[in-house]
Write a protein that binds this ligand. Structure first.
Ligand code: MG
Length: 261
């Protein structure tokens, strides 16, 4: 890197740890980055665990971090709402349609299911039904904006594949003729909120992850350099045929210091 980044964004799963085991050298690497005065943000698309629980998990593994350094998709949505609130110069009303476990991430906003400014849409499991869809359609059609915690198409469960909330996000976008702001990696609104949280511009940041599309490609979309690690979900064959070219490729997070000068 031509100059040392001011901010390093780190993917969690597959980059800092696999399962419950830290990648060898990861804890030491984080320590050294801090000693160099580099700001850190820990990013995850997880939508069903609150910020404090995610931080606690990392601490149990041996990582040192402050609570506000961890930015999950719900925390990204919270930062987005705070930024919108600032632009509007008034408190915003929200309708959080999210897992009960993360509702506390949105406790600082007033909740209003009748006339919200923003609907925040996340994972609610089997709670979907047509009456909820129609209530959501009506508030969005009536002026509320949609913030989605992600827009994944499907996911793997023990019983096979299941349609994910992308189904409902895309459906609500279609019937309301409006586009959702989608949080989580690889979306630009999400990466922008992370940059803003550290008051760093894109060219002074580096994103490190094991997912060439979501971590590296997503960050590069807004001018953040991307470093791919060969751990976690990294597969050489997929990397070699990918249209995304990482700015750096390292065997693991333990080698990160060699690329940041
Ligand atoms: Mg990962």
């Amino acid at each position: 890197m031509s100059r040392t980044p001011k901010l390093i964004m780190l993917d969690l799963d597959g980059t800092l740890y696999v399962g419950k085991q830290p990648i060898p050298g990861a804890i030491e690497c984080i320590k050294q980055l801090r000693e160099r005065g580099i700001s850190l943000r820990f990013l995850t698309n997880t939508t069903t665990k609150p910020q404090d629980e995610l931080v606690a998990q990392l601490r149990v593994m041996g990582f040192t971090l402050e609570e506000d350094e961890l930015i999950s998709a719900p925390v990204g949505a919270k930062l987005e709402l705070l930024s919108l609130q600032q632009q509007l110069r008034r408190p915003v009303r929200i309708w959080p349609v999210v897992a009960d476990s993360i509702k506390l991430d949105f406790s600082e906003f007033s909740w209003d299911e009748k006339k919200p400014d923003y609907v925040v849409l996340g994972d609610i499991g089997d709670a979907w039904d047509l009456s909820l869809i129609n209530r959501l359609f009506n508030v969005i059609h009536g002026g509320a904006e949609l913030i989605a915690l992600h827009k994944n198409r499907f996911w793997q469960t023990e019983d096979g594949l299941k349609a994910d909330i992308g189904f409902f996000v895309a459906g609500l976008e279609y019937v309301s003729s409006k586009n959702a702001r989608v949080m989580g990696k690889p979306n630009r609104d999400f990466y922008q909120r992370v940059l803003d949280s550290a008051m760093v511009s894109a060219e002074d940041a580096l994103m490190v992850g094991d997912d060439i599309d979501s971590d590296v490609g997503g960050a590069q979309l807004i001018g953040i350099k991307g470093c791919l690690v060969e751990t976690g979900k990294f597969r050489r064959a997929y990397f070699e045929q990918s249209a995304v070219a990482p700015d750096y490729l390292v065997p693991s997070i333990a080698n990160l210091l060699s690329v940041i000068a």
